[in-house]
Design a protein around this ligand. Sequence first.
Ligand SMILES: [Zn+2]
Length: 254
Amino acid sequence: MIDVHCHLEQPNFEKDRDNIIEKSKKQLKAIITSCAHSKDFDLTLKLVDRYSGFIFSTVGIHPKYVNEISQKEKDVFIERIKEKKDKIVGIGETGLDYYWIRDKRLQEKQKELFIQFISLSKELNLPLIIHARDSYEDTIKILEREDAKLVIMHMFGANQLTKQIIENDWYISMNAIVLKSKRHKKVVRDTPIQRLLLETDSPWLAPEDFGNKRNDSTAVKFIAKKIAEVKKVSFEKVDKVTTENAINLFQLNF
Ligand SMILES: [Zn+2]
């Protein structure tokens, strides 16, 4: 199994980050950690170096932070991403978040930022990890208009649009929300397993039976189990196919 989306740099991993990673190494083939703010880039790169061949990273600016990072900081960050492109397997998370950002002017700013990261992903030929909340239509419209090809819709829950995702040859990464949400179950039901990936979005979104308020990458097994149940295939099949999907899409080298 591979957790294709989590946030290992988060401060609530600070005390026992290495333990969590060692524990995950026993159960998973790889972890892809998502750096979502320029301030987290150094720590992310350190983790990639330290756990080379197990930890990989994607880098972007979460749309929620649109107003926290100045134009100058953003430009510097994008230049640094280009310099470090050999340490990165994807761009994101990036996208649109109308749930946290209601201000129309800031939503427009999110769109500009999003388009910049789409073009960065094309320039570097890296897949995009998309965050969309209350913004599915706009997000998909921009991705199509900008002709984005390598796309992963993280935590995708708009089942009425699943067909469009599949037709675009994009991927969907699913986390513990599928254990509770009917909409997300329908997305899994309607998506071929060859287009699905496992993620945790840890430290957030711990599954209930994880017995822990803080989530970590070892929880991917619960997602795989649920996907197997929804799609009526074996756990082993979900494990095998989603792992292959992740290796091919992110071009992981071990
Ligand atoms: Zn995330």
